[in-house]
Design a protein around this ligand. Sequence first.
Ligand code: NDP
Length: 429
Amino acid sequence: MKTSRFPGFYNMTVEERRQLLTTMDTFTDEEKGYLFSNEPLPTDTADKMIENVVGTFPLPLGLGLNFLINGKEYVIPMAIEEPSVVASASYIAKTVRNAGGFTTEATDRVMIGQIQVVGCPDFKAAKEAVLKEKDALIADANAAYPSLVARGGGAEDLEVRVLNEESDSKYGQMLILHVYINTCDAMGANIINTMVESLAPTVETITEGKVYLRILSNYPDRCLARARCVIPPELLQTGSYTGEEVRDGVIHAYEFAASDPYRAVTHNKGIMNGIDPIVIATGNDWRAVEAGAHAHAARFGKYSSMTEWSKDEDGNLVGELELPMSVGTVGGSTHVHPISKLAYKILDVDSAQELAQVIVSVGLAQNLGALKALATDGIQKGHMALHSRSVAIAAGATGEMIDIIAERLVDEKEIRVGKAKEMVEEYIK
Ligand code: NDP
């Protein structure tokens, strides 16, 4: 059984945690400066990232611990405002580590560029004409981004669909090209958009139609990452609940989400609680990841659970998560935000494929954390205790008052801002 690299991290001061962190990797002095700085994203940099900048909006950055994935140890940088997420991910990662860790895999990083053509005189003929020129179009797309091809990526395949062929369709017919592009270690949005835009004039000539949209799809269903864990029931025992009871409760909770979209949305939100923080910390586009994940959850025609939980023949709990993962380790904002640069050092991933596999492992851990709590004591017990500090701050507590009032709120089992305000007034009298 392996032990954590950061024993006692939870009980350290922020300063002690930062000191420990700087010993785990070869941070440059400049990077250490950002880690200890009160302005980790300089306003000048922020002003170059988006428009109309007036400041920055910091989030807490925590570390998810105990992750063992394909036999490799990972420390997970997580940027999130919600209490209990980092604690829950780390706690479940420890359970999974004791069961041998997560196993993961990923497909090649093949993203999709879409081209919309309307007004073709004959849509079937236009489709055939495009397919006849498939190799030439792929070559043209690659000519628009030779550096990607030199890296071993580039356009690999092309498909064509005709939408709204039915005579009673509410919408007009259109021809849609899908250009499949391996974007290597980049998320690829700008790369893909450049490539598909370059094809537009040729596509118009071939189809005799008019090209409108030329943009990536945020549902890259050939760019998938999968995580799996197998946990013996004895590792799931909690309080008065046996491991078998917890396992069965998790499976019932999954079956609820798999059967009911109202539950699936909340179930999946819990998965994204684990995924978004690492996507944000690594400077990736979390809206793109969110959009793709929810589309994948509805791929069989009904919105459902992103994860699957079952029992194997030995009675172990088996969890699986497969999601499209349009993230990069280069490009976009990944190395613009100074803290993202640090995040890559903390994570120690070599490729976008590896990052994608780490991300789905954190999502799977987060899901188990939520389902295990829901199937036993309910989430409020653990969550509200951690939330009590935010409640105290919202009520105006500062400095040492925060922990004192948070503790009193928990003791009196009334974790409410109104109650906390009364306590703050009492404290400062
Ligand atoms: P970039 O435009 O920054 O392109 C990535 C660059 O990284 C490439 O141009 C390439 O440059 C360089 N690179 C270096 N090493 C590698 C490698 N190993 N593999 C691949 N590329 C490498 O970013 P993306 O195209 O990834 O676009 C991502 C950004 O686009 C995100 O910020 C996203 O928010 C945004 N976006 C998202 C949209 C959406 O999701 N709908 C729409 C539009 C934009 P070179 O080959 O010259 O070295």
